[in-house]
Design a protein around this ligand. Structure first.
Ligand code: ADP
Ligand code: MG
Length: 310
């Protein structure tokens, strides 16, 4: 029996609400198969399309209705954790009941501490929300936002993508997982916060879910960190005629392939980096990158790309 932290990618959640309902059933089946095999599982997930939609809705609403105020990005992330968690926890619960397994399922609204001195804050790169004209962009910049032209389509707000430092609700996550509950946490990479006196203040940023999930795996002392995405394995020369799918990678090999530019920024690169981070954090820790439907086969060593210390 292993302790597993699973990171679900966008394809496990769909783009629209109806897609999300259908997709979470597939994710639930994969998760419950692992539980049935005796493993304990904590689930983390992405929120790109969902938080984008919430952000756009408040943006559009606040322009036409004075009763709708602009919603801070951190609150948008909290909302996305809530409604994605709602669908996920219900889909998982139903699957558990169908298989006669008694296990409470719960979503934790999760805040993740970031470092105010993180260099990411000096150069925001992650585009969020809708498109604006050059004039509108100037106005928003005067209000303190960073705006950038996005591939000829107009101006968009860009935010920083700092690295996670700590998970604020970690004691609760660990206590519930130890009590046998299935916990869903760190949705959308978590709500980024910094310390302010006795409190915590949200910062307008987006933490990569692959890095937060790796941090969650470290903190909860998992044996396995599994990233479930749209491809079965990691490839060299991805999408090219000499494409080569990888079964196993040492930390050194993975770092070398990163330097050779094999993994796309914003998609596979953060996954391989997060996998390296977890696998090198303590002996015996394994990271696995594979497709949603094959998580169980991956743990059995039948598929996926494993990254571990030699
Ligand atoms: P998620 O929503 O799960 O985070 P992403 O789309 O961000 O998924 O990242 C996974 C995608 O990365 C794959 O579907 C694939 O198109 C792309 N990709 C880029 N480089 C590679 C590579 N070297 N090997 C495999 N997939 C890659
Ligand atoms: Mg991604």
């Amino acid at each position: 029996m292993s302790k597993i932290v699973l990171a679900l990618g966008g394809n496990a959640l769909g783009d629209t609400l109806s897609e999300q309902l259908a997709a979470t059933k597939i994710a639930a089946a994969a998760i419950v198969r692992l539980i049935e095999a005796g493993h304990s599982v904590i689930v983390a997930h992405g929120n790109g399309p969902q938080v984008g939609m919430i952000n756009l809705a408040f943006d559009a609403g606040s322009k036409t209705n004075p009763k709708i105020l602009d919603m801070p990005l951190t609150s948008c992330t909290a909302m996305s954790q809530g409604y994605i968690g709602y669908d996920l926890q219900n889909a998982i619960r139903e699957e558990l009941v169908s298989r006669g397994i008694e296990k409470p399922v719960c979503t934790i609204v999760t805040q993740v501490r970031v470092d105010e001195a993180d260099p990411a804050f000096a150069s925001p790169t992650k585009p969020i929300g809708g498109f604006y004209t050059a004039e509108e962009a100037k106005e928003l910049e005067a209000q303190g936002m960073t705006m950038a032209e996005d591939s000829g389509r107009g101006y968009r707000r860009v935010v920083a993508s700092p690295k996670p430092v700590d998970i604020v609700e970690k004691e609760s996550i660990i206590a519930m997982a130890d009590a046998g509950h299935l916990v869903i946490a760190c949705g959308g990479g978590g709500i980024p916060v910094v310390a302010r006196g006795n409190g915590l203040a949200g910062v307008p940023a987006v933490i990569d879910k692959d890095f937060s999930a790796a941090k969650l795996a470290e903190i909860t002392n998992a044996d396995y960190f599994i990233i479930l995405t749209a491809v079965e394995k990691v490839a060299l020369n991805f999408g090219k005629p000499d494409e080569k799918w990888l079964d196993k990678l040492s930390i050194e090999q993975a770092e070398e392939y990163i330097n050779q530019g094999h993994f796309a920024k914003g998609s596979m690169l953060p996954k391989v980096e997060a996998a390296i981070k977890f696998a090198s954090s303590s002996p015996g820790r394994k990271a696995l990158i594979t497709i949603l439907q094959k998580a169980q086969e991956g743990i059995e060593g039948a598929t996926g790309t494993v990254i571990e210390k030699e």
